[in-house]
Design a protein around this ligand. Structure first.
Ligand code: NDP
Length: 302
């Protein structure tokens, strides 16, 4: 009798709910995407009754999937290949950098509206800020795909002075360079971008402070692959980063460490962009060490 009374008063102070708040990732392929264990480790740690679902959504099903997410009151979702650009047509608005990049990797429900954000570059910038000032820094970015574009835009917005885009395909490299020198420069007048075609044994200019591999070179299972860089042009004053999360300790980072450079691995970037997503969705700033531990259980420690 006493127990029943106690439970009733508990219910009156906090309504009983068995419903979880939902977020997730939409992509194809998606099975090997490790975001779910990383995000749910943070949900558990912070006592959040939320679920992150790994959702296989083919190109032709995107519209239905987004409508389904709205109907099921998803609080947001991540988008990956092949939806980062296509999803924009199904959203109600875009954040500043997603609009500049023309790509969305994180959708957030705000006041019932689906707003597209891009956390890839923002997450990367967070990892650099833990070590160096970005104001007036000079960066060399290898690659001109989605990751490189996101990083270039956010570095420019954060105050970088020079961004050298080094890429195999001239067309893609020039497109990212032009984006920085036009629309982005209107918001970040300090920046100047320069395109340099990737050549064999590319020599990194000695004034560069930040070197980033933003290509897919080195991604599992190509463990021995390394960007075509003259490794002896890496000097200890350079901060060297790799976007590859698997394996985290790429051959490129191993070579940089050997030459005395401080390094940032792709797991740190993955965690940082995931933490931003959690903050956008839940308002909680998550404990990133918990998220990294969850990934290290999967990928191993660097
Ligand atoms: P894209 O396919 O859009 O771009 C790939 C880039 O790599 C292009 O610039 C391409 O050059 C270059 N590239 C690929 N192979 C070679 C090669 N053999 N030689 C020279 N250049 C090459 O991919 P994304 O930008 O979306 O992703 C790139 C990597 O970033 C992926 O491995 C992904 O896992 C990682 N990533 C990591 C994140 C993290 O949080 N850690 C977040 C997002 C991505 P070209 O233009 O000439 O084809």
């Amino acid at each position: 009798m006493l127990m029943g009374y106690k439970n009733m008063s508990d219910h009156m102070s906090k309504p009983l709910s068995f419903r979880q708040e939902l977020v997730g990732a939409m992509g194809d392929p998606i099975d090997e995407n490790p975001t779910q264990p990383m995000i749910e480790a943070a949900f558990r740690h912070h006592g959040l009754n939320w679920r992150y679902l790994t959702l296989l959504v083919g190109r032709d099903d995107l519209a239905a999937a987004v409508a389904g997410a709205r109907a099921m009151n998803f609080r947001g979702f991540n988008c990956t290949i092949p939806h980062k650009v296509a999803v924009i047509d199904h959203l109600d608005g875009l954040g500043q950098s997603a609009a500049l990049m023309g790509a969305v990797n994180c959708v957030v429900t705000r006041d019932g509206l689906l707003i597209g954000e891009n956390t890839d570059g923002k997450g990367f910038v967070e990892t650099v800020k833990r070590r160096r000032e970005i104001d007036n820094c000079r960066a060399a970015i290898f690659g001109a795909g989605g990751a490189a574009r996101a990083i270039a835009v956010e570095l420019a917005l954060a105050g970088a002075k020079q961004i050298i885009i080094v890429n195999r395909s001239t067309e893609r490299g020039q497109t990212v360079t032009d984006l920085i020198n036009s629309t982005v420069r209107e918001l970040a007048p300090n920046v100047a971008a320069l395109f340099v075609p990737l050549s064999e044994n590319f020599e990194i200019p000695q004034h560069v402070d930040l070197v980033i591999n933003a290509t897919s070179i080195g991604l599992y299972p190509d463990l021995d692959a390394i960007p075509s860089i003259d490794l002896d042009s890496l000097t200890p004053n350079m901060l060297v980063a790799d976007v590859i999360p698997n394996p985290p300790n790429t051959r490129f980072l191993q070579a940089a460490k050997k030459r005395g450079c401080e390094v940032i691995d792709g797991l740190e970037m993955l965690v940082a962009q995931g933490a931003l997503g959690i903050h956008y969705w839940t308002g909680t700033t998550p404990e990133t060490a918990i998220m990294r531990q969850a990934l290290e259980k999967i990928f191993g420690q660097p």
